[in-house]
Design a protein around this ligand. Structure first.
Ligand code: NDP
Length: 446
């Protein structure tokens, strides 16, 4: 088996030189899915995984725009249309200086499995730019978004490809992108998700990824006979996912001890309660400031510059910032300090070595493609509401989100059984694969 997997990965590597993040994502899937393919005749001999690792289409374009000093700036724009076997391409846009082809291909590949797990009819895609919204004025962000959409609009559409937000793309950016799409196409359609509620957005969409992560965590804990109540929870990041994961943990009786950004982390031993979290939300999403400023308002808390929060003792860890932010040494710390459950809010935040450390020590571990699928699931619900021209209530959307997270947990449980333990990585990879592979086989060699 090892030889088959190694041969496959060598073939993929040959075609995708200098794409370490993409190879990391493919390797994890191949290790779980190839043995399953070999055991199941309908998939064997169809080169199905080789087809899945090749994007259906990659769009790569120049984005020129003028900054506040009247200087012309040039960025790169991308859209990876990875797989449309079960529905139109769906996945976020990321604006961050670290964006490149490898990062977006890994995200698009993971998105295919994630969207399949939601049970909604969505294919997988991802896009973005190396543009950094941090430190830019609203006008600069608007001019960039307009220029970006002036090329992207011809490749997307409500039945073709429906982008959403991701790192660096929140409500403000979605607004500018949507405005430009509407102007160019002269039509008001649900071409983007994460829209404002008064212009086609869904209630609970901003909260959905973070809430979904915590609903998934609840299911995992329930499964071992416990709950989030009185659990100490360490969270990284302080953006969209981290903020609403923290909100839901607090609502369910857990204590949130940390939050972070790329400057370092804050540790509040007394716990970050709802009032303190409101302050963080204002600090990060309105003032667009640094998490370090938290300690000016709450001086009993400590700030650790340039560090990640995994050294803080906890019961549950929720990495919600970015890829490869939790390394083997961090996993060792978490295990040593008694952490029983790690649930990814970000995409691929744990390195393969960290995941192996959790597995070896029987720490429950959920990969982002399962546990953070709540965001895209509610995006799918936003698409449904746009098609119906109807808005569901907050309670309706939240209850659908809860059900979807519970179903994803069930799928991981079904496919991830291993010696009396649930291997959520294997479960998510195989469950996500089956639906897409079946659709691809039914649609012939295309
Ligand atoms: P935001 O832009 O709202 O927040 C990102 C957070 O992560 C910020 O606190 C940011 O800090 C921090 N961060 C970014 N890059 C780094 C880095 N290199 N090192 C340390 N910290 C970093 O993004 P989201 O919350 O939306 O996304 C977070 C993660 O969740 C991403 O992996 C994303 O792909 C994933 N995700 C998001 C979904 C969504 O619905 N938004 C859905 C599913 C997954 P700083 O402010 O300093 O940059």
């Amino acid at each position: 088996m090892k030889k088959i997997i190694d041969n496959f990965l060598a073939q993929v590597q040959e075609r995708n030189q200098n794409e370490p993040e993409f190879m990391q994502a493919v390797t994890e899937v191949a290790e779980n899915v190839i043995p399953y393919i070999v055991e199941n005749d309908i998939y064997y001999g169809q080169n199905i995984l080789l087809r899945m690792v090749e994007p259906e289409r990659v769009v790569f374009f120049r984005v020129s725009w003028i900054d506040d000093q009247n200087e012309i700036q040039v960025n790169r724009g991308y859209r990876i249309e990875m797989n449309s076997a079960i529905g139109p391409y769906k996945g976020g846009l990321r604006f961050h200086p670290s964006v490149n082809l490898s990062v977006l291909k890994f995200l698009a590949f993971e998105q295919v499995f994630k969207n399949s797990l939601t049970t909604l009819p969505m294919g997988g895609g991802k896009g973005g730019s190396d543009f950094d919204p941090k430190g830019k004025s609203d006008n600069e962000v608007m001019r960039f978004c307009q220029s970006f959409m002036t090329e992207l609009f011809r490749h997307i559409g409500p039945n073709r490809d429906i982008p959403a937000g991701d790192i660096g793309v929140g409500g403000r950016e979605i607004g500018y992108l949507f405005g430009q799409y509407k102007r160019l196409k002269n039509e008001f359609t649900g071409v983007l998700t994460g829209k404002g509620v008064s212009w086609g957005g869904s209630l609970i969409r901003p909260e959905a990824t973070g809430y979904g992560v915590v609903y998934f965590t609840q299911k995992m804990l329930e499964n071992i006979g416990t709950s989030l109540e009185e659990k100490k929870v360490v969270i990284s990041g302080s953006g969209n996912v981290a903020q609403f994961a923290a909100e839901k943990v607090i609502q369910l009786g857990g204590t949130v001890s940390t939050l972070s950004d790329s400057g370092g982390y804050i540790y509040d031993e007394e716990g970050i309660d709802s009032e303190k979290l409101d302050h963080v939300m204002n600090l990060k999403s309105v003032q667009r400031g640094r998490i370090q400023k938290y300690i000016e308002r709450y001086p009993n808390a400590k700030f650790f510059a340039g560090k990640t929060p995994w050294e803080v003792p906890c019961d549950v860890a929720l990495p919600c910032a970015t890829q490869n932010e939790l390394h083997k040494k961090d996993a060792v710390f978490l295990v040593k300090n008694g952490c029983v459950c790690v649930v990814e809010g970000a995409n691929m935040p744990s390195t393969p070595e960290a995941i192996q450390t959790f597995a070896k020590n029987k720490v429950l571990f959920a990969p982002g493609k399962a546990s953070n699928a709540g965001g895209v699931a509610v995006s799918g619900l936003e698409m449904a509401q746009n098609s119906l021209r109807y808005n569901w209530t907050r309670e309706e959307v939240d209850s659908r989100l809860k059900n979807i997270m519970s179903e994803i947990h069930e799928s991981c449980f079904e496919y991830g059984q291993e010696d009396g333990f649930v291997n959520y990585v294997k479960g998510a990879n195989i469950a996500g694969f089956v639906k897409v592979a079946d659709a691809m086989l039914a649609q012939g060699v295309v």
